[in-house]
Design a protein around this ligand. Structure first.
Ligand SMILES: *[C@@H]1O[C@H](CO)[C@@H](O)[C@H](O)[C@H]1NC(C)=O
Ligand SMILES: *[C@@H]1O[C@H](CO)[C@@H](O)[C@H](O)[C@H]1NC(C)=O
Ligand SMILES: *[C@@H]1O[C@H](CO)[C@@H](O)[C@H](O)[C@H]1NC(C)=O
Ligand SMILES: *[C@@H]1O[C@H](CO)[C@@H](O)[C@H](O)[C@H]1NC(C)=O
Ligand SMILES: *[C@@H]1O[C@H](CO)[C@@H](O)[C@H](O)[C@H]1NC(C)=O
Ligand SMILES: *[C@@H]1O[C@H](CO)[C@@H](O)[C@H](O)[C@H]1NC(C)=O
Length: 766
């Protein structure tokens, strides 16, 4: 049945984007610019190499499996019994499959490498045909298997030494992320349970992304340090002692020639396609689309009320004050201060305490008239919901840690259905890492329990028409959300505290966007000084806070003390009823920032934070360059900003000063310097609308995003006539600025209904 491997060495050319011409098996079929190659070389002995443009970027290290209490490694006690290669095809096209069958003690385990003919990726799979016992590793942070495994060796391409960006830790790979040179001494990543996707790049545009591709909750990577022969291995997490029959795990190596942002975008696009993750829940999520009031860590009212008032009264007063000031909060987020806690501070009963809300959560919700976003944490082993404690539901309790994990669909269904009576629209699951890392034995040893936990939670949210925000999520949770599109948002950095630089979400937002999860910066203060605050701090740049929040595309959540809101600053986010006027994608750190951070003096990029995004309106792209901090000078071109997808000539201007308007092209870059977090720089790039006279739309300059799809639904350019189709709120006034033959023209629109048409030539808006 099995074919013998007759081809000693096979090279497949793969392209960043599928080429239209049929693949002939002999190299590039077209001269298009994505003819850059990803080559996979499989040798007769089963070793393999990943080549980019003919140069080896990754060289395999021996495959290993722990079975029957012992590690078994190629070249040692791991016996390769069969190898073959077969052709096949699936949803993603034709592939060659290289199969390796191993005998590891009493277990039969297969691996394979799936090389697609016209796709820029390779899959590596492990399949436990007979299952395995006695697999547990010495440390839960290790892996019980290694395939693929790569040697960590310094690689110098024609351009640069290879650099890496490795996500890791919590908050969408932010807290443990590392950048550096891919070499035995330079590779210093967060591996084990808190590992994340890794990108390799040389600064020229070529980039690889390496990650799991299934069973996200039960796999890890592991860097084995052994002098100069360090290896990077992928496999099942170290705590697993028994692998079920036919259990399999897959890993993906994805290639792109268009830079690290595009590599993650292509990688995420492939995985979203594979898992059918829809954007519907993100697009419809009220807490992503509208301004809300927040009370989590960093907020003024985090474990604090107004003097002599209950939380119930404090929240009602926040709303009354906001109504007076016309701050259109559309929901309130209630953090961990309102429910019952048990052992190790875990949640005991997720209902409101009478000392917090004396008249109950339902009363507060009805009197406030705003929907609820509510926090939850890890479960305590004395939770009243568990059957063992007299409750109705199945939980797994762990006495050594005092924690618990629910294992009952009905529990989640009931929990969230009950919460709908007090207006829950978004369930915030915080402490995801503490639940996963904290319920040690069950979640670390079972290959399916982590998946069951998150899938049941998501299924209950979907049934109750709610969405989920992840907080303190490891990369494993974030990637698991490929399967649970109701997870619409996730924190992308540490908790806010006035003065902390947790606004730096430009790098984590790349990962978040690849998964189409809206990144959340966390709450913020809109004025610097808020007397009586528990942090004894001031906020140095409320403006940076607002800009980052809006450009994230995630929630925008002020958390001010009553009487300490900067209303005009907050309202730069939104229209008059709190609809966030946002760009079409999260602002992300440009490639030149990432290359510079990773490659250091080997590269000449951006020293600091340079993030870009754009609004796509009517086939045009309005670019935004946000520079909250930079050292020295940096010259950015439309290509480096990711804006050169439109054919129109571009102009660029500094947001606070339209007189700075200038041409923006590859030949006429924008020179950036002197931007610091207290006075961040923000620039807008805008396409030429008509040639005679030259007309540019600068937009609604009082907003962070002056041209957003939420405000401008389409732009009609006929001959030299320009019309904007606008959306707003009855009685709202929006001022739109244009440059007409280098003169600034501002037209004011007062909305009579929810829409208006601005006619530039008639200077009217109706
Ligand atoms: C690795 O990174 C950690 C976290 O940033 C740091 O504390 C440690 O010093 C680094 N180790 C090396 C060898 O660079
Ligand atoms: C819960 O955990 C505590 C330790 O925090 C332990 O003493 C107790 O026995 C556990 N109870 C149950 C029901 O597992
Ligand atoms: C939901 O509410 C019902 C009725 O009050 C209660 O019996 C049940 O325990 C609640 N379940 C959860 C998980 O909240
Ligand atoms: C509100 O914010 C704007 C922009 O940062 C600032 O110019 C203004 O002084 C602030 N107003 C108050 C009252 O703090
Ligand atoms: C701004 O960048 C400089 C130079 O890279 C750095 O020293 C400084 O800490 C940064 N400031 C903030 C608030 O990130
Ligand atoms: C964008 O820039 C890339 C790289 O310089 C170039 O190959 C491509 O042709 C440009 N696209 C447009 C539309 O200008």
């Amino acid at each position: 049945m099995a074919l013998t491997l007759t081809i000693l060495c096979y090279i497949a050319a793969l392209y960043c984007f599928a080429s239209a011409a049929p693949y002939d098996g002999h190299g590039p079929t077209s001269s298009q610019n994505d003819a850059d190659n990803l080559n996979l070389v499989v040798e007769k002995d089963g070793s393999y190499k990943v080549n980019v443009r003919g140069q080896t970027w990754l060289t395999s290290a021996p495959t290993f499996f722990n079975v029957d209490g012992q590690p078994h490694e190629e070249g040692g006690t791991l016996a390769l019994v069969v190898k073959d290669s077969v052709q096949g095809s699936d949803h993603f096209g034709r592939y060659t499959l290289y199969n390796f069958q191993y005998q590891a003690a009493s277990s039969r385990i297969n691996t394979n490498i799936r090389v697609y003919e016209d796709r820029p990726f390779v899959y590596f799979s492990q399949n436990y045909e007979t299952g395995a016992k006695g697999t547990q590793a010495a440390n839960v942070e290790h892996t019980i298997s290694g395939f693929p495994s790569f040697r960590v060796q310094e690689v110098t391409t024609q351009k640069e030494p290879l650099g890496y960006l490795a996500y890791g830790g919590i908050h969408t790979g932010d807290t443990g992320k590392q950048l550096g040179i891919f070499s035995p001494s330079g590779l210093n990543i967060t591996d084990g349970l808190d590992f994340g996707p890794i990108a390799l790049f040389d600064g020229s545009g070529d980039a690889l992304v390496i990650s799991p591709a299934n069973n996200f909750m039960s796999v890890s990577n592991w860097v084995i340090k052994d002098g100069d022969t360090n290896t990077l291995s992928y496999g099942i997490m170290g705590g697993v002692h028994t692998v079920p029959v036919q259990f399999g795990v897959e890993f993906l190596v994805y290639y792109c020639s268009l830079g690290v942002n595009q590599a993650f975008e292509g990688w995420g696009g492939h995985l979203r396609d594979r898992y059918g993750r829809t954007d519907k829940f993100v697009n419809d999520d009220l807490s992503i689309n509208y301004l809300g009031y927040w009370t989590d860590n960093g907020a003024y009212y985090y474990y604090l009320t107004e003097p002599q008032k209950t939380y119930q009264q404090t929240i009602l007063d926040v709303k009354a004050n906001a109504d007076q000031l016309d701050i259109p909060y559309k929901y309130v987020q209630y953090d961990s201060w309102w429910y019952y806690r048990g052992n190790t501070n875990g949640v005991k009963t997720w209902v409101a305490r009478p000392d917090i809300f004396p008249d109950g959560f339902v009363y507060l919700y009805k009197n406030l008239g705003l929907p609820t976003v509510a926090h939850n944490r890890y479960w305590a082993n004395d939770t009243t919901y568990a059957k063992a404690n007299g409750g109705q539901y199945n939980f797994i309790l762990e006495s050594s840690t005092g924690r618990a994990v629910p294992n009952d669909q009905k529990f989640w269904d009931d929990l969230l259905r009950n919460a709908s009576s007090w207006g829950l629209i978004t369930y915030e699951q915080d402490w995801l890492n503490a639940e996963f890392d904290g319920v040690i034995e069950p979640l670390h040893s079972d290959v399916t329990l982590g998946d069951t936990w998150l899938t049941q939670m998501a299924s209950a949210a979907a049934k109750n028409k709610m969405t989920i925000q992840y907080c303190m999520a490891g990369s494993r949770h974030i990637m698991h959300a490929l399967q649970t599109p109701v997870v619409t948002q996730a924190r992308a950095s540490m908790d806010y505290h006035p003065g902390r630089d947790q606004w730096k979400i430009g790098v984590s937002s790349i990962f978040s966007y690849a998964m189409r999860i809206a990144p959340f910066k966390d709450n913020f203060w809109s004025t610097s000084d808020q007397p009586g605050n528990k942090y004894k701090q001031t906020e140095p740049s409320p403006e940076t806070q607002v800009i980052v929040s809006v450009l994230s595309t995630g929630p925008v959540g002020p958390s001010d003390r009553i009487g300490y809101s900067n209303v005009s600053l907050i309202m730069r986010c939104c229209n008059a009823e709190g609809l966030i006027l946002k760009p079409s994608k999260p602002a992300t750190a440009i490639d030149d920032q990432i290359y510079q951070t990773a490659l250091g003096s080997n590269y000449n990029g951006a020293n600091g934070e340079v993030w870009t995004t754009y609004s796509a309106v009517g086939g045009l792209r309005f670019g935004i360059i946000f520079v909250p901090n930079i050292t020295g000078q940096y010259s950015i071109t439309p290509t480096k900003a990711g804006f050169n997808m439109t054919k129109n000539q571009l102009a660029v201007f500094e947001a606070h000063d339209t007189r700075t308007m200038a041409k923006f092209s590859e030949e006429q870059p924008l020179h950036i310097s002197g931007c610091v977090p207290s006075t961040p720089c923000i620039y807008h790039a805008t396409p030429l609308l008509t040639q005679y006279p030259p007309v540019f739309l600068l937009g609604e300059l009082t907003k962070v995003v002056p041209v957003s799809p939420q405000r401008v639904t389409s732009i009609d350019v006929t001959g030299n006539e320009v019309k904007l189709y606008l959306q707003g709120v009855p009685n709202e006034v929006a001022h739109f600025t244009f440059s007409v033959d280098s003169n600034m023209v501002t037209i004011s629109c007062q909305f009579g209904s929810r829409s208006a048409v601005l006619d530039l030539n008639a200077k009217s808006c109706q």
